[in-house]
Design a protein around this ligand. Structure first.
Ligand code: NAP
Length: 505
């Protein structure tokens, strides 16, 4: 969402019961739940011309998920024939498109509609949603399913504007630019970079990789799923579910270490062994050894990243970027390196993603004012003062250790309960009580203190500029499931405007 406000847009002519923004896993999961509940009066707005969210946007070479296929899929839409243990972007996008077709969601989607601002109208208890084309859409309920990792963050490096070569971000990969034989600089060594670096290293003339903080990396046990396994998944009841549950429990075991890093010893031992096995040069190994607690940043999974760094055409630079010139990058130590292209694997705006968003709640309160002390929402979903608005994958509902689809499904179930409450009470407005949100966020911050993201000796996109955890869920996913399984009626205020238009949820 950009910072255009809704003034000047054409007034809403139609009103939907529910408008969902985004067609990634969360927006589509919400749409399916509505359909299954017989609520067909909804529209999904999508800024692009295809579905898929992060798996449509990220097309960089090597793009894949580091959670296993059998877990990184909807629980209610198992796929028995995943080709690999870890799904690649193309296969995930195919899966998503298959789900969209199966549930007949395309007719609910309006493609190429970018939302530029949303305002709550107290008089009618509805959201007014402005789009880039100047249209205004009204909705009783607004579900923001835009994903926390979709606004590329590109650092403002000195001299950037003078660079004459090609530059792009990993999430906006320039497939028209042939990297073969080029001198390339990559900035960043996060989850995205470690996937594309091995792919491009073999094609480019030289690759200079600027690392600020070395990530912890464990091996990726990826392989093709065998025909025997696929047959078992297809034909023997319960096998695929048991496999999925097994992966879930294995992933979930990492959470114990977030509060007690000593328990992560086995995993950090595995990561150290992995580094020693794949990198023989002690100087390179030293540069790649993290000096903070594992889990503080997202632990990465790769078996081809370290070998790529041992190639003769790859240089790992750890003294930073001093300056960018017309055809070169000057390293921290003053060495000038000629490059044709710079690729940013520098991540996304997360805790600051809403700084320019135009979201106005009751009584004209802007989201920036509501969140002046930091982004927060009850269970990552509901924001006090912003009735009938539901965030999917909102503040503090991110995971560093397990599948986000688990959280998405829990949140969708929670939102459905809110909608049922609205309908049952014949109400037009549902709003989380401020005290409930405050209590929940005090708990989040208490749980985060001393946990690995805050006390692990690193910075990450989980933390805001004051060092507070605003992105990561600070407990187990079971805890999240329990908290969202049954909505507490007393957590919400319901109200009805006198002459509601279309209050028939
Ligand atoms: P990221 O994990 O935030 O990594 C960004 C990288 O850029 C870090 O190495 C960071 O260094 C570096 N960086 C940022 N600003 C810099 C600057 N000014 N100068 C030098 N280096 C700079 O971003 P990402 O790799 O795009 O991944 C983002 C998230 O997307 C992940 O955490 C994950 O949740 C998700 N993701 C998931 C998968 C998957 O397989 N499931 C794959 C890709 C992405 P510092 O560490 O020093 O900050």
């Amino acid at each position: 969402m950009t910072n255009t406000d809704t003034t000047g847009a054409r007034p809403a002519r139609e009103r939907e019961q529910v408008v969902i923004i985004g067609t990634g896993f969360s927006g589509l999961g919400m749409a399916i739940a509505l359909k299954r509940a017989g609520m067909h009066d909804f529209v999904i707005l999508e800024k692009a011309d295809e579905v898929g969210g992060t798996w449509r946007e990220n097309t960089y070479p090597g793009c894949a998920c580091d959670i296993m296929s059998l877990l990184y899929s909807y629980s209610f839409e198992p796929k028995a024939d995943w080709s690999r243990m870890f799904p690649r972007q193309e296969e995930l996008l195919d899966y998503i498109k298959g789900v969209v077709d199966k549930y007949g969601l395309r007719r609910h989607i309006r493609f190429n509609v970018e939302v530029t601002g949303t305002e709550y109208d107290d008089a009618t208890d509805s959201w007014q949603i402005a789009t880039a084309t100047g249209e205004m859409i009204g909705a009783r309920v607004l579900v923001s399913a835009m994903g926390p990792l979709h606004r590329p963050s590109i650092p403002d490096l000195p001299g950037m504007e003078t660079f004459a070569g090609r530059t792009f971000h990993s999430a906006e990969w320039d497939h028209d630019y042939d990297l073969t034989g080029k001198r390339v600089a990559v900035i960043g060594t996060g989850a995205s970079a470690i996937q594309f670096v091995p792919r491009i290293a073999e094609r480019v003339a030289s690759l200079t990789l600027f690392q600020r903080t070395p990530p912890w990396i464990i091996p990726k046990p990826d392989r093709r799923v065998t025909e025997v396994e696929k047959n078992l998944f297809r034909n023997v009841p319960g096998v695929q579910r048991a496999y999925r549950n097994g992966i879930y429990l294995m992933q979930e075991s990492f959470v114990l270490g977030f509060k007690n890093p000593r328990l992560l010893k086995a995993a950090s031992g595995l990561a150290q062994w992995h580094l020693h096995r794949q990198v023989k040069d002690p100087a390179l190994r030293r540069k790649l050894t993290p000096d903070y607690t594992m889990g503080c940043k997202r632990t990465l999974v790769s078996s081809d990243y370290y070998p790529a760094l041992t190639r003769p055409n790859v240089d790992l630079v750890t003294d930073g970027v001093k300056e960018i010139r017309e055809n070169s990058i000057v390293r921290g130590d003053g060495t000038e390196i000629e490059v044709d292209a710079i690729i940013f694997g520098t991540g996304f705006h997360v805790t600051d993603a809403f700084e320019n968003a135009h979201i106005v709640g009751r009584h004209g309160v802007k989201i920036q004012d509501a969140w002046k002390d930091g982004i927060q929402a009850h269970l990552g979903v509901s924001v006090a003062g912003f009735p009938n608005l539901f965030l999917l994958l909102g503040p503090n509902s991110g995971l560093g250790h397990n599948s986000m689809i688990f959280i998405i499904e829990a949140q969708v179930r929670y939102v459905m309960q809110c909608l049922r409450l609205l309908a049952a009470g014949d109400a037009t407005r549902i709003s989380v009580r401020p005290t409930v949100q405050d209590r929940f966020n005090a708990w989040v911050q208490r749980k985060s203190e001393g946990a690995v993201w805050v006390a692990g000796g690193c910075t990450s996109w989980y933390l805001d500029r004051n060092g507070k955890n605003r992105a990561a869920w600070p407990a187990s996913t079971v805890n999240y499931w329990l908290r969202t399984r049954r909505l507490r009626r007393s957590d919400f205020e319901l109200a009805t405007v006198r002459d509601p238009v279309g209050a028939d949820l």
